[in-house]
Design a protein around this ligand. Structure first.
Ligand code: ATP
Ligand code: MG
Ligand code: MG
Ligand code: MG
Length: 470
């Protein structure tokens, strides 16, 4: 039995409903009342007020399938089988209700009985000092001791400065030797794609006073997260998350547009996967009201969209293509996210505008950058000057990360300080009129005709260094 993505999502939520959980809709990608986070990156993130006790949850047991964005994984995307900038996280949560014993038992029951995964391929890990969780896996569930891994703080302790924190227990699935890196010592916890981490159970049981003094929390919580795409990848027994039913359709659409075949050439495949991933992020972000801009969330959106455009060029796609891919994203995901269908026209308009804009300059920009590279090679230089990098940004709309990335492929980099200085000089000279003449400054207003109420204002470069690191 090979369940589809939409089926697996339903099975998960229904399973936890049968365990008395309240199934809640995915929250928006835009965090609510939370300045610490640019975009929602886990099932737990939008539920934080329930964990801290700031707000009362509608029920002590909640389950969700949460849309997530992790730009921190962007370098992995297209290269590993298991990372997307966009993915869906399934989760079950307990706010001072059940704890480790139930959480672990249900994790196991769902994976082995509901989904029917082979228990012999599953490996749990626990935090090295967490004998309680180890005992539950060993004695209650019956996993032999040599199959339970103990990992240190880095992998298996969830902590964010001060406040509630605690040990984790993860579940890995052995996908078989063919996915292994073949290095000696390749086992659970290896970075390769053989032992795929699918589910993380976080047991928030301590409070860190900020000086690493831990006290037991009175109200202990459970916070779990399982990547829906990873689960589907394993259930459907396919090579990567880009081969699961919903993403396969999207991936093939990319191939059709580019007139290329998947699985023939590594670099081509990377570009196909990057586009497949990024258009999902873009479509979902726009559906949550995020507009392209030069700072904050809008910059993340712009960066992903333009990065996808550039990979389209690498595949030989000319002209606009992203908006037609968005139709396939919506088709594949509207089951779980009806808002996609409802906001279809709006999504198309925003993507079309942004793509049209970048298309006007991308080819010229790419060829100028290629010229800069050639010049640098000739002179034996490795660092592109800040002014030149800024010119690409300002005149051709190249997000600085994109320039950086293209150069890095050739072992080069940009002078980031110089870039900031050039940006500052631009700000200082153009003052109030900034935006009228430069390419990157004009674009905030082009969205006014679509929906002025959601247009994000252009706020300049202040936050660029910070934002470009997320
Ligand atoms: P990994 O070590 O593989 O990068 P992680 O430990 O960073 O994963 P968690 O923060 O524990 O992941 O998130 C919980 C679950 O969400 C993971 O076990 C995985 O199934 C899923 N997940 C995390 N990051 C991604 C991603 N970039 N793309 C798809 N699924 C993800
Ligand atoms: Mg990770
Ligand atoms: Mg991990
Ligand atoms: Mg993890």
């Amino acid at each position: 039995q090979k369940y589809g993505v939409n089926e697996l999502r339903r099975m998960f939520l229904e399973f936890f409903e049968s365990k008395e959980h309240l199934a809640m809709k995915s929250f928006s990608l835009v965090p609510h009342n939370d300045k610490s986070l640019l975009l929602i990156n886990s099932g737990m993130a939008p539920l934080k007020p329930y964990f801290t006790g700031q707000e009362i949850p509608p029920k002590k047991r909640v389950t969700t399938c949460q849309k997530c964005i992790r730009t921190g994984d962007i370098e992995n995307v297209g290269k590993t089988a298991r990372h997307g900038t966009f993915f869906e996280m399934l989760g079950n949560f307990s706010f001072g209700d059940y704890f480790k014993k139930e959480a672990i038992a249900w994790t196991w029951e769902f994976l082995t009985e509901v989904v029917g995964l082979d228990p012999d391929r599953l490996y749990p890990s626990v935090y090295e000092d967490d004998d309680e969780a180890w005992d539950i896996w060993n004695k209650d569930i019956g996993i032999p001791e040599e199959r339970i891994f103990r990992f240190g703080k880095e992998d298996n302790f969830w902590e964010h400065g001060s406040g509630p924190c605690g040990p984790c227990s993860e579940v890995y699935y052995d996908r078989g030797e063919k996915y292994g890196c073949g290095k000696p010592g390749c086992t659970v916890g290896c970075d390769c794609d053989r032992y795929m981490e699918i589910w993380n159970n976080v047991f928030t049981q301590f409070d860190n006073d900020g000086h690493n003094h831990y006290t037991e929390l009175e109200q202990k919580n459970i916070d779990t997260g399982m990547g829906l795409e990873r689960l589907a990848c394993i259930v459907q027994d396919v090579e990567s998350m880009f081969d699961i039913d919903t993403l396969h359709a999207l991936r093939e659409h990319v191939c059709r547009l580019a007139g290329v075949e998947y699985g023939k050439d590594y670099d081509t495949d990377v570009s196909i996967r990057v586009i497949t991933d990024h258009i999902r992020s873009v479509t979902f972000m726009v559906s949550d009201g995020i507009m392209p801009s030069n700072s904050g969330r809008g910059y993340v959106l712009r960066r992903l969209l333009r990065r996808a455009c550039r990979h389209g060029r690498l595949l030989g796609i000319q002209g606009e293509f992203l908006v037609t891919l968005a139709t396939t994203v919506i088709e594949g995901s509207k089951d779980g996210y009806p808002e996609l269908e409802e906001k279809k026209d709006f999504i198309f308009k925003v993507i079309t505008k942004e793509e049209e804009q970048f298309n006007k300059t991308i080819d010229q920009g790419l060829s100028i950058l290629a010229g800069m590279e050639a010049e640098m090679e000739k002179k034996g230089e490795k660092v592109l000057s800040g002014e030149e990098a800024f010119r690409l940004y300002d005149t051709y709309g190249f997000p600085v990360d994109l320039t950086k990335e293209i150069l890095e492929e050739k072992g080069m980099q940009i002078d980031e300080e110089g870039f900031q200085a050039a940006a500052k000089a631009q700000r200082d000279t153009s003052k109030g009129t900034f935006g009228e003449h430069s390419y990157s400054g004009t674009d905030a207003t082009v969205y006014d005709e679509i929906d002025p109420s959601v247009t994000s204002r252009f706020v300049g470069y202040e936050t660029l260094t910070h934002e470009s690191k997320i």
